[in-house]
Design a protein around this ligand. Structure first.
Ligand code: NAD
Length: 431
């Protein structure tokens, strides 16, 4: 099939590259000329395991192309995926100007039937607006369909998630649109959920909101565990081994971040309010998450007494492991708060340092975890990268000015840390 992708970021680039790898002819468009220049050379502007190799392979087979021109993408393909960002406005509402701009651009250039697919995460009823705007610009001259096909991939395992999804959701208003998407996804052999456009839009917001709820739930439980002196990881296991609940998303920590959960929870609360429903449960989920970010700063203060003039060594900047994405990462807020309180900061992240250089000032970027420890008054773990799980702790201890570890992701065993001579605190752990 001939496919185009408008917006070649974390979702668009993975989607386009994977569809090309499945044998389709794909054109990925983006309005960032630097990104397009890199991509044309086969260089990925984002870190995602396995992605660059896949891009190179498909460029060389002639199945994957990059362009700065939406017109080229639209004219040369039958199915067009909209994958631009849908960030939050200040009031939490999803900012849909990107979706509108792309819809207008598409409308200008279609001359025969096209299927336009929303892959970006959008509030319910956005599909209606996309349809309206295209109709308004083209009148009845050109036939087209709009469909919703939300994406559930996770950064860090995006290719695997795309190629082996738990399900593919197709929200379509016509048989032709539905059949085209079913045909496109057939090689994945995944369960397909067929619904209407509004159903698909709600599925995405509801899924992310439920996952965020699980995280905030276990974080609330971690507070109780800490108060009474028991261990949240054991409690989580006791809850999660129940198959109705599952262990997934039951890791207590400094809260969720990234470019999806915070904005999607906000956007869902907002659209529900607009529709006349006050989603109080989700407001509480968001409040618990904000509280967890403050816990990292409060625990650092408890351990160091006065923060003024202390050096805090930070392990991990990306919002989760295996990605370089720092959008809405807890690390950025936490570092800024510590700086406001007078701390000096040393940091290391395996992949996110380049992106963090633009977001942080007066921070010493170090070459590894041991370098971070040098002269720091404590080590604060903010991302659960694998390489932080197996550190040489005697080396770390020798380098630190004080043997203190604040473990924001519950990576380490408190007993073991105590035996190694550290003062240790995690989130909701038995001390
Ligand atoms: P992103 O910022 O990485 O990518 C968006 C891309 O669109 C950018 O490269 C930008 O330059 C480009 N763009 C913006 N306006 C354009 C225009 N008019 N024409 C051409 N290109 C344009 O964002 P992302 O993380 O890929 O997210 C995209 C959407 O997918 C969002 O709605 C997000 O919520 C959703 N989503 C993201 C993830 C994730 O893990 N990142 C997962 C599922 C769904």
């Amino acid at each position: 099939m001939k496919i185009s992708i408008i917006g070649s970021g974390y979702v668009g680039l993975v989607t386009g590259t994977c569809f090309a790898d499945l044998g389709n002819i794909v054109i990925c468009a983006d309005n960032d000329p630097d990104k397009v220049k890199m991509l044309k050379k086969g260089v990925s502007p984002i870190y995602e395991p396995g992605l660059e190799e896949m891009i190179e392979r498909n460029i060389s087979k002639g199945r994957l192309k990059f362009t700065g021109s939406v017109k080229e993408a639209v004219t040369k393909s039958e199915v067009i995926f909209i994958c631009v960002g849908t960030p939050s406005k200040e009031n939490g509402e999803a900012d849909l100007i990107g979706i509108e701009n792309v819809s207008r651009d598409i409308a200008k250039h279609i001359t025969s039937y096209r299927l336009i697919v929303e892959k970006s995460t959008v509030p319910v009823e956005t599909g209606e607006r996309v349809k309206e705007i295209i109709k308004y610009i083209r009148g009845n001259k050109v036939k087209f369909d709009v469909a919703s096909n939300p994406e559930f991939l996770r950064e860090g395992s995006a290719i695997q998630d795309f190629m082996k999804p738990d399900r593919v959701v197709i929200g379509a208003g016509s048989k032709k649109a539905r059949d085209l998407l079913i045909q496109l996804y057939e090689p994945l052999n995944a369960p397909i959920v067929l619904t209407d456009i509004k159903g698909a839009e709600i599925i995405k917001h509801a899924a992310n909101s439920l996952l965020a709820t699980k995280i905030s739930f276990i974080n609330a439980i971690s507070i109780i565990c800490e108060k009474v002196g028991t261990d949240v990881t054991e409690v989580a296991r006791g809850i999660g081994l129940d198959r109705r609940i599952s262990m997934n998303f039951l890791n207590a920590g400094i809260g969720y971040g990234g470019s999806c959960f915070p904005k999607d929870v906000d956007a869902f609360i907002h659209i529900c309010r607009k529709l006349g429903y006050n989603f109080g449960l989700l407001k509480e989920v968001r409040k618990i998450n904000e509280f967890q970010r403050n816990i990292a700063v409060r625990k650092t203060e408890e351990m160091l007494w006065n923060l003024q003039g202390k050096t805090v060594g930070i392990l991990g900047l990306s919002f989760k492991p295996n990605t370089d994405d720092i959008r809405s990462a807890p690390s950025i807020d936490i570092i800024k708060k510590l700086q406001e309180d007078g701390c000096k900061i040393r940091v290391y992240d395996p992949k996110a340092m380049d992106k963090a250089r633009d977001a942080l000032n007066n921070v010493k970027f170090c070459k590894n975890a041991y370098d971070v420890a040098k002269g720091s008054h404590c080590l604060l773990v903010l991302t659960e990268w694998n390489e932080f799980k197996e550190l040489d702790f005697s080396k770390i201890k020798k380098s630190l000015a004080q043997p203190i570890i604040i473990d924001g992701r519950n990576l380490y065993d408190p007993e073991k840390m105590k035996t190694l001579g550290f003062r240790y605190t995690g989130i909701g752990r038995k001390l």
